[in-house]
Design a protein around this ligand. Structure first.
Ligand code: NDP
Length: 441
């Protein structure tokens, strides 16, 4: 903490992993001797840069850009870019650290990285977003490349932003190459990439339910967020016969007792992706739904206080605290699949583990996005595209394998059913062994 002050999210992410790894260190003293964890918490490289741009009022704006190149032991750095006013070094380091384990779990050859900016795309015109992305890439381009570092999207970075970033990279390098994932379909993107994180999170949930002989059919589900991950989580839950009751954004949430069906989801997709509106408008369109504005004075989030079976936090970090966890358990929720990264605080995780519910941590449950980015990279290298079915089948298989790894590893280390230990240890071993093979670098 003295070495990395003011980085609480990074400390939180490392602490959780360190607890799980204590089980490994007992059996494998070589990891301790080689100081693998001490090396892994130090990014291989951190790039911080100025991003100046001009807004529509001709005023100069300055943002801060980052890329954390965390670990390249098993492949090029890989991880998303986040554009959100809350972005700072500590948040990106936590995300980059988690990414290393997640990417390892996918079994694809990808190292870990993360980046972004404190730029807020909300309320900006397309032209402003474009000028910002171009300025961001004017510095980033010299640090990335298809065999070096391959960024993707995250909060605030979707198809539009990836397009502007890719266009500027191509112009600067005079090279059409798979340097970013999440690209448009007619310029190198992969089918199913936009859907992958949400679909993957639901596939992971289905695998967890299958361990109890159950399916999602008829299950009542709480979903938070209304962006990329939340939308495709809802789509897949509906396909598998579940019922979705909630969605949210940073201003508040909607509760729809009748369930968010396909038609209502189409409304949300248009609202969020084309009109860039607020979730409040859902309750204006569908009168039976109740909108509750976010209340910063509350020490819990009422979204998590409804009767349900499953919860899919898909907005942001630390959106479920201890009190929310108590409410979820009290309301009958017995499955959590984390679409978001680190959405649960340590207190919440402890409560879920003590209650022995099906708790799928983000490193495992939301790995479908980066896995499909890995499939996009493979298709780019081959200059070939797979069909929707082919990519979806691979995604499903990858999620099944990640689930199996978590279950097997948790069992092997004496904590059956503990997906946290399964994911942390399962992700760690492959990277640690690669680091040992490659020497002290
Ligand atoms: P989007 O930008 O598409 O959507 C984010 C959603 O979360 C929006 O509804 C947003 O509301 C809400 N949100 C963001 N920040 C906050 C906040 N501080 N408080 C309350 N609500 C907030 O991002 P994604 O759907 O891509 O990402 C969601 C989560 O999933 C993140 O944790 C991300 O790291 C994780 N993830 C994403 C992957 C991907 O492939 N995209 C892959 C793996 C994980 P508002 O519009 O008001 O900001």
């Amino acid at each position: 903490k003295t070495k990395n002050p003011n980085e609480p999210e990074f400390h939180q992410a490392v602490y959780e992993v360190a607890i799980s790894l204590s089980l490994v260190m007992e059996r494998h003293p070589e990891y301790r001797k080689e100081k693998i964890l001490e090396r892994m918490v130090e990014p291989e490289r951190v790039i911080m840069f100025r991003v100046p741009w001009v807004d529509d009022q001709d005023e100069v704006q300055i943002n801060r850009g980052f890329r954390i190149e965390m670990n390249s032991a098993i492949g090029p750095y890989k991880g998303g870019l986040r554009f959100h006013p809350s972005v700072n070094l500590g948040i990106l380091k936590f995300l980059a650290f988690e990414q290393v384990f997640k990417n390892s779990l996918t079994s694809l050859p990808m190292g870990g990285g993360k980046g972004g900016s404190d730029f807020d795309p909300k309320g900006k015109s397309d032209a402003e977003v474009m000028r910002f992305c171009q300025s961001f890439m004017n510095e980033l381009y010299r640090h990335i490349g298809p065999n070096t570092d391959v960024p993707a999207g995250d909060i605030g970075v979707g198809g539009r932003e990836i397009g502007y970033l890719f266009g500027q990279y191509k112009r600067l390098k005079n090279e059409f190459t798979g340097v970013l994932t999440g690209k448009g379909l007619n310029w190198g993107g992969s089918l199913i990439r936009p859907e992958a994180t949400g679909y993957g999170s639901v596939y992971f949930a289905s695998e967890m339910l299958a361990t109890r002989g159950e399916t999602l059919e008829g299950k009542k589900c709480l979903v938070s967020g209304s962006g990329n991950v939340a939308q495709y989580t809802v789509e897949k839950i509906l396909e598998l016969g579940g019922k979705v009751l909630t969605l949210s954004d940073s201003n508040g949430y909607i509760y729809d007792e009748e369930g968010i069906d396909r038609e209502k989801l189409n409304f949300v997709m248009d609202l969020k992706n084309n009109r860039r509106g607020r979730i409040k408008e859902y309750a204006e369109e569908f009168k039976n739904a109740v909108y509750t504005p976010a209340d910063p004075g509350l020490d819990y989030n009422p979204l998590w206080n409804h009767k349900a079976d499953c919860a899919f936090p898909s907005a942001t970090q630390n959106e479920i605290n201890g009190k929310d966890a108590q409410n979820l358990l009290k309301n009958g929720v017995y499955l959590i699949s984390e679409g978001a990264n680190m959405p649960c605080t340590p207190e919440a995780i402890d409560l879920f583990l003590d209650a022995k519910i099906l708790y799928g941590p983000g490193k495992a449950a939301n790995a479908g996005g980066v896995a499909t980015s890995g499939l996009e990279m493979a298709q780019n290298s081959m200059r070939y595209s797979w069909t929707r079915e082919e990519v979806d089948n691979r995604l499903r298989l990858i999620m099944k394998n990640i689930h199996k790894t978590c279950v097997d590893v948790a069992e092997k280390y004496g904590t059956p059913g503990n997906y946290v230990n399964g994911a942390n240890i399962g992700g760690f071993i492959k990277v640690a062994d690669a680091m040992i093979d490659q020497g002290i670098v």
